[in-house]
Design a protein around this ligand. Structure first.
Ligand SMILES: Cc1ncc(COP(=O)(O)O)c(C=O)c1O
Length: 396
């Protein structure tokens, strides 16, 4: 049965995703089931999206309740759930203004446009991004993505973008000139293989941006909304940007993204400068409201910090017993296990044993589970990974 759907999908879809031979049918808690009834522990969560797992009751109730009222209305009118979500985001952060979109790449586009509009007063339009970064697939976001493999086939991209070395402040400082309007950085590089920014690097960027009136943008699309054990990743570092990009986890699986900015920057946008038909959609924002409400509770964040530390420690133990693993990196539930061999086979074998994992580059397994996983799930997942790696040792 599953094979038939895969066959149809292959005939119908453009060939961009390299899907696994797996058709997801339904989910519950932190588990997924395929169409053949096989059960999987989910350490992928739609790649850092399904933060509350599957079938969270309050999340579902909120969407259904909203569905019974109104499912969409244009931004030429106001709607209550979007105002409520904006209010929650602003009250729990250091930002004053919100703009809603549908995805991560759109959040980055909005951040690029806002920072360029802000820079226009001084004739500035250059942006500095980091090598090895990932910010999305639309042409603006792709232009600030510092990886040739994503960019090369789509040039020319937008001009006046330069790339510094992640975690090397001097390399960034050298690129700054009187035309620099923004610096964009992921506090944790995700697609680039899970690399955490150092506090010193972010602090130096912050000071430089403040001094030169440059907009500091954090792309928290993957690492934000509770994943680090803090609602916003910038809170972990205790270094606040001028614009923050969010998406993925914000809707808990309902498509939504957003940027927030300080008033001084946000006020550069005036009517007509930007827009988004579905941005702030009442269903998406009613989903986001529940996510933010749950993931800003201190007890919930404490559990995430405690359990993700257990996961990290268990991975370190696995590394001690296994020469194939070269390093464990990351923060909270955004962890990377680097191997000294390509990880495709390991991911496939784990899937066959009931654990879903995703790569981040050729040699890194990324672990980004739903934020509600409990200790027993961590032991279960580690057990499967250990088993698979043990089997590889036996095979020589
Ligand atoms: C840091 C970061 N920014 C932006 C994006 C793009 O998000 P989306 O796929 O929702 O457009 C991603 C996606 O992986 C990401 O990890």
């Amino acid at each position: 049965m599953e094979k038939n759907w895969i066959h149809q999908g292959k005939n119908l879809f453009m060939n961009v995703y390299k899907q696994k031979d797996l058709v997801i049918d339904h989910g519950h808690g932190v588990y997924l089931w395929d169409m053949n009834g096989n059960k999987y522990l989910d350490f992928v969560s739609g790649v850092a999206v399904n933060s509350l797992g599957y079938k969270d009751k309050e999340w579902m109730d909120s969407i259904v309740e909203q569905l019974n009222k109104i499912h969409h209305c244009s931004n030429i009118y106001w709607n209550k759930p979007s105002i409520e979500l904006a209010k929650a985001l602003v009250s729990k952060s250091e930002f004053e203004k919100v703009f809603f979109v549908n995805s991560g790449t759109e959040a980055v586009e909005a951040a690029i446009k806002l920072s360029r509009k802000y820079g226009l007063k001084d004739g500035k339009n250059e942006i500095i991004a980091m090598k090895n970064s990932f910010h999305g697939r639309t042409l603006g976001a792709l232009s600030v993505t510092g990886q040739g493999k994503y960019q090369n086939s789509f040039k020319p991209l937008i001009p006046n973008i330069k790339f510094g070395e992640f975690n090397d402040f001097e390399s960034v400082k050298k690129l700054v000139n009187k035309n620099t309007c923004a610096i964009i950085v992921e506090p944790i590089q995700g697609e680039g293989g899970i690399h955490v920014a150092t506090k010193e690097f972010l602090q130096d960027l912050r000071e430089l941006c403040t001094k030169e009136d440059i907009v500091l943008i954090y792309d928290e699309v993957q690492c934000g909304i509770g994943r680090t054990g803090y609602l916003f990743a910038y809170e972990y570092f205790n270094i606040c940007p001028d614009i923050i990009c969010m998406a993925k986890g914000l809707g808990g699986g309902f498509p939504i993204g957003a940027i927030m900015a300080k008033e001084k920057i946000a006020s550069a946008f005036t009517p007509g400068d930007h827009g988004c038909t579905f941005g702030g959609n009442p269903l998406a924002t009613s989903a986001g409201k529940v996510v933010i409400e749950k993931l800003s509770r201190e007890d919930m964040l404490n559990i995430i910090r405690e359990n993700s530390k257990l996961l990290y420690d268990e991975l370190e133990k696995l590394k001690k017993d296994n020469d194939l693993i070269s390093s464990i990196r990351g923060l909270g539930y955004m962890l990377g296990v680097e191997f000294n061999i390509p990880v495709g086979g390991i991911i496939d074998n784990c899937k066959d044993k009931g654990l879903l994992l995703v790569g981040a580059g050729e040699k890194v397994i990324r672990i980004v589970p739903p934020l509600i996983i409990e200790k027993e799930h961590i032991y279960e997942g580690i057990g499967i990974l250990k088993d698979v790696l043990g089997g590889m040792k036996d095979d020589g």
